[in-house]
Write a protein that binds this ligand. Sequence first.
Ligand SMILES: Nc1ncnc2c1ncn2[C@@H]1O[C@H](COP(=O)(O)OP(=O)(O)OP(=O)(O)O)[C@@H](O)[C@H]1O
Ligand SMILES: [Mg+2]
Length: 410
Amino acid sequence: MSTSGLAHMGLGWPVDGPQGNDIPSSGLGWPTDSGGQEGDLAHATGTSERPDSAESQPVESATAEPAGPEGPDEQTRATEGDRLPAVDTVSRETPDHGGVEQLSERDQLAASLPDPDSETPIARAVAEDARRRISFSGKVFPKPGHTRILTVANQKGGVGKTTTTVNVAAALAQAGLRVMVIDIDPQGNASTALGIDHHADVPSVYDVLVDGKPIIDVVQECADIPNLWCVPATIDLAGAEIELVSLVARETRMERALTAYVAGAGERGEERLDYVLIDCPPSLGLLTINAFVAADEVFIPIQCEYYALEGLSQLLKNIELIKSHLNPGLHVSTILLTMYDGRTRLSAQVAEEVRSHFPVQVLRTSVPRSVRISEAPSFGQTVMTYDPTSSGALSYLEAASELADRGAAG
Ligand SMILES: Nc1ncnc2c1ncn2[C@@H]1O[C@H](COP(=O)(O)OP(=O)(O)OP(=O)(O)O)[C@@H](O)[C@H]1O
Ligand SMILES: [Mg+2]
């Protein structure tokens, strides 16, 4: 893939020296002084949409006002007459005690709320979620012509690699496909999110990479989701980067193990796998190189934030190097915009820039910032089982559907 023209993205691509990181000239409306940032965001919050606002916005606005037990007492209210009274206090008061004035204040507040018709962002988000629920519920995704192996990579940390891996994998498996997740990150987050045991003594991807164990000896079935398997990562993997350096064929060890596992399905009396997703650590070391060599496709999640784009050109360069020396078939097939916040102009501008430079690779669906998505791993679940009707789950379902449709279309 060509990275030419990236310098003109105006997104601080670190192309030719320091000007690449020059924030004031970023062209993204980024504030040139520290005071401007809040104002920008506040303005954007008040005027634009937020796809998942149905989940959190009403709660936030409701709790922003003083509430019953923690609200001001009578005396405080007398001295702070311009404040909105607590809800349970109002219901006890009569008009003689200033209730009319307070009610009119409440009326004003009610009148200031958006009219809940189809023109409001929340109503639109609810309608959009309903549309997605209707169009995707029970849908069986098409099987790809061969086992698709995707490495989910971005050396930038915290951009949603693991969240994307486990949720897309879960969505594909729930739609009837056979899917395996390989957790090649010493943090073991994908194993946690899939509820897979990965304490220190569990056979893991470390044994595959360092000791040459077959994948069949370490793979575990995901209890919550049929057709989904996981090769877990344990803390042992933290030392593997160094241990691999002195081993023979250090870059191709995952590829060999995976090829043997996929090819052995018939002998084991199993159907072949449809998808393998490899969750990479936030680095470009030997673990990630092993994942790149084992895969056909690279799947890059990009967080809709300014810094998330820095380093992308480095990632693309590394992919080109792997392609020319170790894996000629490797290509970036898919890009997913994550943590999209429709309230900010920054999210929209980052999304627009990425789409304009990677028009084919970027999925139409972007994943909104969602409380449900971030809560799910603490229950050892993906959001696909934790809250399948949430906007986050529906977005991942839609993204997985696009991925599967593209695979089927070749
Ligand atoms: N759409 C989302 N909405 C809200 N929170 C999210 C979303 N996607 C991811 N997160 C949260 O952001 C954090 C980082 O996500 P995640 O672990 O998937 O990133 P990562 O790229 O795998 O990180 P690392 O580089 O450390 O492996 C996590 O706490 C996750 O729950
Ligand atoms: Mg991760």
